[in-house]
Design a protein around this ligand. Sequence first.
Ligand SMILES: CC(C)(COP(=O)(O)OP(=O)(O)OC[C@H]1O[C@@H](n2cnc3c(N)ncnc32)[C@H](O)[C@@H]1OP(=O)(O)O)[C@@H](O)C(=O)NCCC(=O)NCCS
Length: 327
Amino acid sequence: MGTGHYLPEKIVTNFDIMKMMDTTDEFIVSRTGVHTRHHAEPDVSATDLALKACEAAVADAGLDMKDIDLIIMNTITPDHADPGSGFFLQGKLGLPGVAVFDIKEQCAGLIYGMAIADSFIKAGTHKHVLIACAEVLSKRIDGSYDGRNIAILLGDGAGAVVVGPTDDPAKGIIATSLGADGSGAKALYTAAPGTGLKRPDCINKDDIDAGRVHFRMDGKAVFENGVAKMSQAVLDAFEANDITFDDLDMLIPHQANLRMLEAIVEKVNAPTDKVFSNVDKLGNMASACLPVALDQARKTGKVNDGDLVLLVAFGSGFVWGSALMRM
Ligand SMILES: CC(C)(COP(=O)(O)OP(=O)(O)OC[C@H]1O[C@@H](n2cnc3c(N)ncnc32)[C@H](O)[C@@H]1OP(=O)(O)O)[C@@H](O)C(=O)NCCC(=O)NCCS
């Protein structure tokens, strides 16, 4: 029913990143295609960004905030360790009493959120579901040797969508498909704090010194699985819904990095004018990538009413999925 996004004002170039860690513009551009990304100010949290995206999405849907009866929030950069960020967002939205889901589906948060929203709306228990995906990844940058392979990719931002019932059977979410493979969970993860550290405590000073509080990524495993799973998600959605690129108006993939997008385009033989990309300017904003891209595609006329759009995502977990919809 509506989409919205918000990006913090501050733009950070690769040359700014070079001041934070031992890297080069040449390495970042050639390996990831990222030139710039946005960074939030120090006093800004994930739900501060989410709030602005949600307000834009609800206005775009032609609704009042009080029409929202379910909130689904996804982030890997929560406001606090617990409870879930959705609870902090609910307060900022002024929606006391409204049900909140915090989901932890990393870069596939929008697609999992849409599948949940679709089910609740079809079941008739809820009417207007607000899905928010927001990340302040800049606060998790680790420029050490072990962290710089992922640090160069990251950007901040938030996107939101409103899902609700429609009288037009041709419109809306046509199909969602969800997948996961927990055997890849440690290919991109943050070890601490955690009860899985097999110690009496969840976090201690050594975790900070040893970098266990930062993302650690096996870049090759993530790259290979991401390309394979997102490509297969496209092909599976085509087969299940009996469509081809002739029928599709826009493929919006998770903006992991440009090289991954290029590999997917090649694997599924996609016409490049039907593949949305903004990773060069915004970097990888984890779960915020998809709703920001969807909103930008709509607001710039790359996606219009009546268009057939396929979202695909892959993230740490591993998790992946697709959502096919008629705008
Ligand atoms: C991150 C990525 C660009 C690194 O490329 P790679 O070739 O796999 O890099 P490796 O980690 O094997 O490291 C190769 C070399 O580059 C270096 N390197 C890694 N990050 C670097 C950086 N930011 N700047 C400069 N050099 C870097 C490594 O130190 C290593 O050097 P060495 O061989 O002298 O030790 C690549 O793995 C990738 O794109 N992976 C997918 C990541 C992704 O999209 N994640 C998000 C998914 S949602």
